[in-house]
Write a protein that binds this ligand. Structure first.
Ligand SMILES: NC(=O)c1ccc[n+]([C@@H]2O[C@H](COP(=O)([O-])OP(=O)(O)OC[C@H]3O[C@@H](n4cnc5c(N)ncnc54)[C@H](OP(=O)(O)O)[C@@H]3O)[C@@H](O)[C@H]2O)c1
Length: 322
C-alpha cells in the first residue's frame, strides 16, 4: 500500500516522502480501516517537525486523523465491518490503517464524507472548548485565529446557543465569511483588539477567551477579559510567547488554563463520549452547518497538497482524498 512518511523530523515541505509499505494485518482489539480521506492539520505539521505532544517513531507514516470504512476487525472488537468511521491515528496518510478500537468513532453511513474526514479532531475540540468555556446566552466569547476550522466550528455552535463571539483575523480577506457565520470580527494587524473588545462589549470585556495564537495577540487577549474572566490556551500558532503582566491577572482575578483534546476525552466516560459524538453528528450533519474544504488531493500529489495547506488565508481545510 502507498503511504506518505518521513525518515527525519523537519519542515513537511522538505521531509515527506511517498513509498509502498506492507498492508497492516488485524490484531487483537484493532480494526483495519480503508481511509476515504484525511485532513492536513496544523497538528500534522507539529508532529512531522517533532514539536507535538507525541513524538514520531522514525520512519513514521504521517497523518493524525481521517475517515474511512472498516475493512476487517481483530479479536475483541464488535464494530461492524463496512461501517463509516472517523478515527484518530498516527499514520492516516496511507491506503490502509490499523487502529485501536478506542480510536474509532462510528458515524451514520450517510454522514457527509468531507465532514467525516474532519470529524475526530476539530469538532470534538470545538465542543470541548465550549464546554470548558461554560458560557450562558448573551455572554461574550473572544477567540483568536478566527479563520481556522476550529474557530468556525466554535462560532457556529456558539450561535446556536446565542453566545456572542468576537473573532480575531490577521487579514480582511476572511472577515466577510466570519461575519456571515455570526461573529464580530477584528483584524488585529489593522485595529486595536483591546479597544475593539471594549467597544463591542460596551465596556464589559469578554467572559472567556480561547487562544490558539499566543504572541502579541495572546498577550492582548488577557487584557480583554472582564473581572473573573478566563483564558483557555489550546495552541501556539505564533512562535512568540504570551507576555503576562501580573497586575493584569491578579487585579481582575483572571484564570488561565490549557486545553488538549486527548486529556479532555480521557476525562469522559464511554457514555459521555457517545453523547458528545451523537450531538456533533446531529449539529454538523445538518447541511446548513459549514465545514469548508479549500482543496482535495490524492496521496500522489502530496507535495502540492502540503504547499496548499501551508498557504495563509484559506477558506477551509485541505484534504487528502483516496
Ligand atoms: N489543543 C487541542 O487539543 C487542539 C485540537 C485541535 C486543534 N488544535 C489547534 O487549533 C488550531 C486551529 O486548528 P485548525 O485545524 O482549525 O487550523 P486551520 O484550519 O488549519 O487554520 C489555521 C489558522 O491559524 C492561523 N494562523 C496560522 N499562523 C498564525 C499566526 N502566526 N498568527 C495568527 N494566526 C495564525 C491561520 O490564519 P489565516 O487564516 O490568516 O491563514 C488559520 O486561520 C491549530 O493551532 C491546532 O493545532 C488544538
Amino acid at each position: 500500500m502507498k503511504a506518505i512518511y518521513f525518515e527525519e523530523t523537519g519542515d513537511p515541505q522538505n521531509v515527506l516522502l511517498l513509498k509502498q509499505f506492507d498492508k497492516p494485518t488485524t490484531k487483537e482489539n484493532q480494526v483495519i480501516v480503508k481511509p476515504l480521506g484525511s485532513p492536513i492539520n496544523p497538528s500534522d505539521f507539529f508532529f512531522i517537525s517533532g514539536n507535538y505532544r507525541v513524538k514520531p517513531e522514525l520512519p513514521q507514516i504521517a497523518g493524525l486523523e481521517g475517515a474511512g470504512i472498516i475493512e476487517s476487525t481483530g479479536p475483541g472488537v464488535d464494530l461492524p465491518v463496512g461501517a463509516l468511521v472517523s478515527f484518530f491515528s498516527r499514520n492516516a496518510w496511507a491506503e490502509y490503517v490499523a487502529l485501536s478500537k478506542d480510536d474509532v468513532l462510528v458515524l451514520p453511513d450517510d454522514f457527509p464524507v468531507d465532514k467525516a474526514i474532519q470529524f475526530a479532531l476539530n469538532p470534538i475540540t470545538a465542543w470541548g472548548l465550549l464546554e470548558r468555556a461554560d458560557l450562558k446566552t448573551g455572554d461574550w466569547l473572544l477567540i483568536t485565529a478566527g479563520n481556522s476550522v476550529v474557530s468556525k466550528l466554535i462560532i457556529q455552535i456558539a450561535k446556536l446557543r446565542s453566545i456572542n463571539v468576537i473573532a480575531t483575523v490577521r487579514d480582511d480577506k476572511n472577515t466577510a465569511t466570519l461575519t456571515a457565520y455570526g461573529a464580530h470580527v477584528i483584524n488585529v494587524n489593522k485595529d486595536d483588539l483591546i479597544e475593539y473588545v471594549q467597544q463591542v462589549t460596551e465596556g464589559k470585556g469578554a467572559h472567556v477567551a480561547l487562544d490558539a495564537v499566543g504572541g502579541k495577540t495572546g498577550s492582548d487577549v488577557l487584557k480583554c477579559l472582564q473581572p473573573g474572566g478566563r483564558l483557555i490556551i489550546y495552541s501556539r500558532l505564533s512562535p512568540d510567547p504570551i507576555q503576562l503582566y501580573s497586575a493584569d491577572v491578579l487585579y481582575k482575578n483572571i484564570s488561565i488554563n490549557g486545553f488538549g483534546i486527548r486529556a479532555y476525552l480521557e476525562s469522559k466516560t464511554a457514555e459521555q463520549k457517545a453523547s458528545i459524538i451523537n450531538s456533533l453528528v446531529t449539529i454538523i450533519g445538518d447541511p446548513q452547518f459549514k465545514m469548508e474544504v479549500a482543496a482535495s488531493f490524492p496521496l500522489d500529489n502530496y507535495q502540492e497538497a502540503i504547499k496548499t495547506a501551508v498557504e495563509a488565508k484559506k477558506e477551509g481545510k485541505v484534504l487528502f482524498k483516496f
